[in-house]
Design a protein around this ligand. Structure first.
Ligand code: FPP
Length: 267
């Protein structure tokens, strides 16, 4: 049997163990370990990021096949500006290149693409291609891919607090009207359902300023595999592990799955 067939069989065997009734709608991923993967192989860090894009494509396909509806990935944090200029420039060029090469397929697959974060410091060329990709895919409703770039969870929370303070001082809302629902609707994720599952690769056990509000009740799965080695098999393992958890939300038994409405994720 060829290697490809063996891999397909391994994935199919794992796929059969998945309870279709308990597939998470929204999965968030901290794609970590690109640099270490490359360094271990004696390659420049950029090779890890390039390989990371292929893995993201594989996981996007796998999550669609499984019936997930939203994937939110951390591609560039507010802290990543501290990296050497060469690496930051490489990542910016990579985002450009990926969008140029993949946007047609993303659109054909009816995936809505959204970038979450403060885009203002990025070059105009990247901002333009992000904006055209978002508007091209804005009515797609099969799947939502959120890419977090120059994103920080604390910054997001402060931004919402400022907006609500402004609305309150202008009389648009009363301070007493500020509640979780209103706060949630002002977040950059725009009030979509919170991730049920957070996956972080490369063994690090931190949230690293990612979706601080939205991850309040998410199950956390840490994989020791570095992101460039992550694949459909490892993703399915994470889903099976998630399905074995007893999600109590501070209570004593799991809440029933809320039903998903496509319209929630379309514009
Ligand atoms: C973390 O590994 C990875 C990143 C900072 C970049 C991830 C970006 C991609 C996979 C490209 C995605 C592209 C699009 C358009 C969505 P690291 O460099 O922190 O690894 P290390 O911890 O081993 O140094």
């Amino acid at each position: 049997m060829s290697l490809g067939k063996i891999i397909d069989k391994k994935n199919n065997d794992l796929f059969k163990r998945i309870d279709q009734e308990k597939v998470p709608e929204h999965v968030a991923i901290i794609m970590d370990g690109n640099g270490r993967w490359a360094t271990k192989k004696g390659l420049p860090r950029s090779f890890g990021h390039k390989r990371g894009v292929d893995v993201l494509k594989e996981i996007l396909k796998a999550s669609k096949k499984l019936g997930c509806k939203v994937l939110t990935v951390y591609a560039f944090s507010t802290e990543n500006w501290a990296r050497p200029t060469k690496e930051v420039d490489f990542l910016i060029n990579l985002f450009n290149e990926v969008l140029r090469n993949e946007i047609d397929e993303i659109h054909e697959e009816s995936i809505k693409l959204r970038f979450i974060g403060d885009l203002s410091p990025f070059p105009v060329t990247l901002k333009k291609i992000i904006s055209s990709s978002e508007s091209l895919t804005k009515n797609n409703n099969k799947f939502l891919l959120n890419v977090c770039v120059n994103y920080g969870g604390r910054q997001e929370i402060v931004k919402v607090a400022k907006e609500l303070a402004l609305k309150s001082s202008s009389g648009e809302i009363k301070p007493s009207e500020v509640n979780e629902e209103l706060f949630n609707s002002e977040l950059l994720t725009g009030g979509i359902k919170d991730p049920e599952l957070l996956i972080r690769t490369s063994g690090e056990k931190r949230i690293s300023n990612f979706l601080l509000w939205q991850l309040a009740y998410s199950e956390i799965y840490i994989s020791d595999v570095l992101w460039p080695d992550f694949n459909e098999f490892e993703f399915l393992k994470a889903i099976i592990d998630f399905q074995s958890r007893n999600r109590r939300f501070g209570g004593i038994e799991s809440l029933p799955n809320e039903s998903f409405e496509d319209s929630q994720y379309s514009s």
